[in-house]
Ligand binder design. Structure first.
Ligand code: SF4
Length: 335
């Protein structure tokens, strides 16, 4: 049984400094720390990031940082990914309970049985999975590079794609490949309301509807553009449109509005009446907890070394394959 260990949780807020931003800056210098922040974090945390990005950007930063301490403001599997790449660094997660419904929906024991039932298949796993599931994979991918990575695999090679069936279906459509899909999904991206989005499009006929591929097929079929969180941000920068309906976790809207104040961004609505599109796992991290994690050097992410080594191989494969793609793309764009 695989267990990720950690030290104590940060639950005592009694002695917080008046200026948390300044205190975090001081601790950053003292620890030689780098703060990696996912787009789905609250605005205050986004503002103190050394690197802000999606999973691929942050994985690349984690792979190349020379800091001694990595403070990962994201969810558990992301901090684990940083630890896989940096066994000798202290990796801190502000709230250890910041998990992920998609990663939790792919238990290692059940995934091992699924893999055993498809012995000739190559295993491509979305980075949103535990270290133990990564350790059973051949290649890791992110929503930024999943299509390109599957396209690099020989056509006659059967593939398992896990754990997100929605991203898997999208990759299958884009590549023309039959993929064996694990039946998992994201609790945030699967609850967008197709009906309300269609209504919004009618009310805002000039708006472009842009969506993350973790959304379900009935929502994606209305999209003018589909891409990773970073790709949605970049698309909205390049587009001539002035209005966008955005179907992904609304944390990215903070960056969109900050960088494009002249454009309007409307968060796509969920089914029901709640603001359910904010990821409750991501939002467990707060600036206070981040400060305490740095002050206490805890909670720390640790991994059994055999799991870490096995998970490193498919991570490196992804970084190599996506680096090759970047080189090819930059060569193509320069001719
Ligand atoms: S938004 Fe979805 S995939 Fe991302 S951490 Fe939250 S539950 Fe997991």
């Amino acid at each position: 049984m695989f267990i990720t260990q950690s030290t104590t949780k940060n639950t005592h807020f009694s002695s917080l400094p008046d200026d948390l931003f300044a205190a975090i800056e001081d601790l950053k210098k003292e620890l030689n720390a780098v703060i990696l922040v996912h787009y789905y974090q609250e605005p205050d945390i986004q503002d103190i990031a050394d690197y802000l990005g999606d999973s691929l950007t942050l994985s690349r930063q984690a792979a190349t940082t020379d800091a001694d301490v990595i403070v990962f403001a994201g969810v558990h599997f992301m901090a684990e990914t940083a630890k896989i790449l940096n066994p000798n660094k202290l990796v801190l997660l502000p709230d250890l309970d910041a998990g992920c419904s998609m990663a939790d929906g792919c238990p290692p024991e059940e995934f091992a049985a699924f893999k055993a039932a498809h012995p000739d298949h190559l295993v491509v796993c979305y980075v949103n999975c535990s270290a133990a599931v990564k350790a059973m994979s051949d290649i890791i991918c992110t929503s930024s590079n999943a299509v390109d990575i599957v396209n690099q695999i020989p056509k006659d090679q059967p593939i398992i794609f896990a754990p997100d069936k929605n991203l898997g279906r999208y990759v299958s459509e884009q590549t023309g490949r039959d993929l064996v899909l694990w039946d998992g999904s994201c609790m945030i991206h699967e609850i967008f309301s197709e009906k309300k989005i269609v209504q919004l499009k009618i009310e805002h006929p000039q708006a472009e509807f842009i969506a993350h591929p973790e959304c379900e097929a009935p929502v994606l079929r209305h999209a003018d553009y589909i891409g990773s969180t970073k790709a949605l941000f970049e698309y909205s920068q390049g587009s001539a449109a002035e209005q966008f309906i955005v179907a992904t976790e609304p944390g990215i809207l903070y960056q969109m509005e900050k960088h494009m104040p002249h454009k309007q961004f409307i968060a796509a609505p969920a089914t029901g009446n709640c603001a359910c599109n904010e990821c409750p796992h991501m939002r467990l991290n707060t600036l206070e907890k981040l400060y305490l994690a740095m002050k206490n050097r805890a909670p720390e992410i640790t991994l059994p070394e055999d799991i870490r080594i096995a998970a490193l191989k498919p991570m490196q494969r992804m970084l190599e394959m996506s680096a090759q793609l970047s080189v090819t793309k930059s060569m193509l764009s320069s001719v």
